[in-house]
Ligand binder design. Sequence first.
Ligand code: NAI
Length: 396
Amino acid sequence: MIIEPRMRGFICLTAHPNGCAQNIKNQIQYVKSKGAINGAKKVLVIGASTGFGMASRISSAFGCGASTIGVYFEKPASEGKTASPGWYNTAAFEKEAHAAGLYAKSINGDAFSNEIKQKVVDLIKADLGQIDLIIYSLASPVRTNPVTGITHRSVLKPIGSKFTNKTVDFHAGKVSDISIDPCNEEDIANTVAVMGGDDWEMWMDLLKKENLLAPKATTVAYSYIGPSLTEAVYRKGTIGRAKDHLEKTAFTISDKLKDLGGKAYVSVNKALVTQASSAIPVIPLYISLLYKIMKRDGTHEGCIEQIQRLYSQRLYTGGAVPTDTEGRIRIDDWELNPKVQEEVLNLWDIATTENLLEISDLEGYRSDFYNLFGFKIGGVDYTVDSNEMVDVPGLV
Ligand code: NAI
């Protein structure tokens, strides 16, 4: 069928299999062009189908030559209805990995559940024995805690007082003011339960208990800090409390891995257009302005450039892993460069619907957003029929 983007609000309801495949091939090509990385050889990526997780899977496989198991929650296609982009991404990734002689299998389901965790345990036991790197890259609005059975929903709200600032409807290019009421205590607890470190710790406890961690096993989860502009709704808001918890959990896990010589890290990454971030108010406007400056300076990176740099210049340099005073790996260094931030702040003050196209990289934001769903990718012919029914070759 001919597949076109169909938008509803901030999400796209369709995805293009050939576009997603080309997107993955481009990322693989980028990682290969940067040369081999002497890193992990058996890798589990939790949240492996899109964004930073997929970039981690590609960097592991095509940078380090690693066997990879990917866990994700994606929707397969049905006749006449496309799959979600992460499904097509994974199908393309596994096809390329297998063609390159690399082990790659995946499990589709709720990573928060005991059932999926057990499936992963069984797969590692059967195929890989032990693993040496676990990437934790989930972004989800909801989690059912398998111990209590309680379903928690995260919210993106400020804490303490109402937040009012500019935002953009990036489809319409319309700048307006948005006000978000402050959260209550329950909102904070729920957001921490979903996006904090509890589930990460559960995964690591289980993998250790089952003796599936290789000596010196490393685990990395992803966090964000961002500028003062977004602070009230991000780092000092409900999601920020969850990230505080995630960062604290790295120390708890590191203590538990000591006897193996293992370590848990949080890597603080750059703001990027992903399905998760486009849902956060204010962030799309910030990203559009940030991209303008970083592209001009030649310092702009996407998920794949970020994670390739994380692997080659932070995790696997052959020396100690550099961290900040809080023990975090920083690959948001170019974003938070004070000069870049000063320029973004100046643009923020003058941004209006009328001047936005000129002063920001709104076009770049939009194009990245379409790219997430496999649309507007160079070299793909969208006028020809494509088959929506695509299998993931390594799906268990
Ligand atoms: P994303 O939306 O592209 O990817 C989320 C992944 O989680 C997908 O593979 C999805 O299938 C999987 N997933 C969601 N719920 C699941 C469930 N219940 N069970 C199994 N898999 C599930 O998100 P993105 O942006 O790559 O985020 C990953 C991490 O990076 C998050 O912790 C996020 O906070 C962090 N981060 C994101 C930044 C950004 O600007 N996008 C910046 C810095 C950190």
